[in-house]
Design a binder for this molecule. Structure first.
Ligand code: PLP
Length: 396
């Protein structure tokens, strides 16, 4: 048997993450990394101190597999305060190794081979392999780019409906959305709810950018929409809200029977998230409202700074309403495709970005490129200077 024949058919169906590969290329070519979504600024002092104190206090052994009780209680309190959602921390919360694990554990807990899961495209690249690993088939529904500078990414309700059938078990939602920055409105969530009820489907919603939101947009959890409380798995985590992407603490909130299944999968996948970092999570989730306000305001300023740099370099960019990414259209630069564009960018200009095609199953992303703006002003400014090379190229 050749080594290639030893690879499972599941593992053979997807490639390594393009986003994480771009980070490795950024290191290799000494480029500024605007590819992967992690901050290059410090995490809040009080949260770091809480982690240090937890280690010093010897919270160094396995936590309860589905999460330390005080963290599950803090998650329940926060959902009550911010979303008005009453949940039972004893039976409805599973703490995982990041929302990444919460998503795959949830999908493995509720999907069987032959079933389908609806995914909006462009999508956060993990959802494709997640569906494959859980044995299900993803069905993609296009989010169409805005027509004008003030427009929104939107789906066609008829296209969404056409993706549902009797094999559909779940829809994956991500709001605020990576990579588009779309924040789903109540009306859109109600359209999704109507289909979930009609086809008896679960919503699995990734809300890790809930506090990174601009221009008066409001984050609405689909679990709070009438009829969805008992058919929603809500996924969130510490990574983005508290600037600790390396800590790997996330969670899934779901009705008790679903939680029972998620906890079993989670236990055998990873046993549990790091105990001292869960302890620090209690401090994080108890931050005052002002913390979240300044988080959003600081990100709005970074968004505007990055948008200005991109416009100056000749990009067509879609202004995001939430999350910390900007999708751009690079047609005007005249490269063969997005891959050629990002290779030029990382090697010649010294900026790493993500080719749009990695967010699509279809060919729609071939002239799109995604930049992050979760970086210090100095990093964004330095990238802006390097991107000017493109303006020169475009004007040639
Ligand atoms: N979900 C989305 C939409 C993301 O963009 C990311 C990271 O970029 C993640 C999940 C990963 O989150 P975590 O660090 O909690 O695993």
């Amino acid at each position: 048997m050749t080594q290639a024949n030893r690879i499972s058919s599941k593992a053979a169906q997807f490639t390594e993450s393009v986003i994480r590969d771009m980070t490795r290329q950024a290191i290799r070519f000494g480029a500024i990394n605007l590819a992967q979504g992690f901050p290059d600024f410090a995490a809040p002092e009080e949260i770091k101190r809480a982690a240090q104190e937890a280690i010093a206090a010897d919270i160094n052994q396995y936590a309860v597999t589905w999460g330390a009780k005080n963290l599950r209680e803090a998650i329940a309190r926060k959902l009550q305060t911010w979303q008005g959602l009453a949940i039972d921390p004893e039976t409805e919360v599973t703490v995982c190794c990041g929302s990444t694990e919460a998503m795959i554990a949830s999908l493995m807990a509720v999907l069987d081979p032959g079933e389908e899961v609806v995914v909006f495209e462009p999508f956060y690249e993990n959802y494709g392999p997640d569906a494959v690993l859980s044995g299900a088939t993803p069905r993609f529904v296009t989010l169409h780019p805005p027509r004008g500078p003030e427009g929104e990414w939107s789906f066609d309700p008829a296209e969404l409906r056409a993706a549902f059938n009797r094999r559909t078990r779940a829809i994956i939602l991500n709001t605020p959305n990576n990579p588009t920055g779309k924040v789903f409105t109540r009306a859109e969530l109600e359209q999704i709810r109507d289909l979930c009820l009609e086809f008896d489907v679960l919503a699995i919603t990734d809300e890790i950018y809930e506090h990174i939101i601009f221009d008066g947009a409001r984050h609405i959890s689909i679990a709070t929409i009438d009829g969805m409380r008992d058919r929603t798995i809500t996924i969130n985590g510490m990574s983005k809200t508290y600037s600790v992407t390396g800590w790997r603490v996330g969670w899934a909130v779901a009705p008790p029977v679903l939680t029972g299944a998620i906890r079993k999968v989670h236990d055998f996948l990873t046993v549990g998230a790091a105990a001292p970092l869960q302890a620090a999570g209690v401090t994080a989730l108890s931050m005052p409202e002002s913390y979240y306000q300044s988080l959003a305001e600081n990100y709005r300023q970074r968004r505007d700074r990055m948008l200005a740099a991109l416009f100056q370099a000749g990009f067509r960019a879609y202004s995001p309403r939430g999350a910390y990414y900007i999708m751009t259209d690079v047609t005007s630069f005249g490269f063969a495709d997005d891959l050629a564009f990002v290779q030029y960018l990382v090697r010649e200009a010294g900026v790493a970005a993500v080719p749009g095609s990695s967010f699509y199953k279809s060919s729609a992303g071939r002239q799109q490129v995604r930049f992050v703006f979760c970086k210090q002003d100095a990093t964004l400014d330095a990238a802006g200077v390097r991107l000017q090379k493109l303006a020169v190229k475009a004007n040639r």
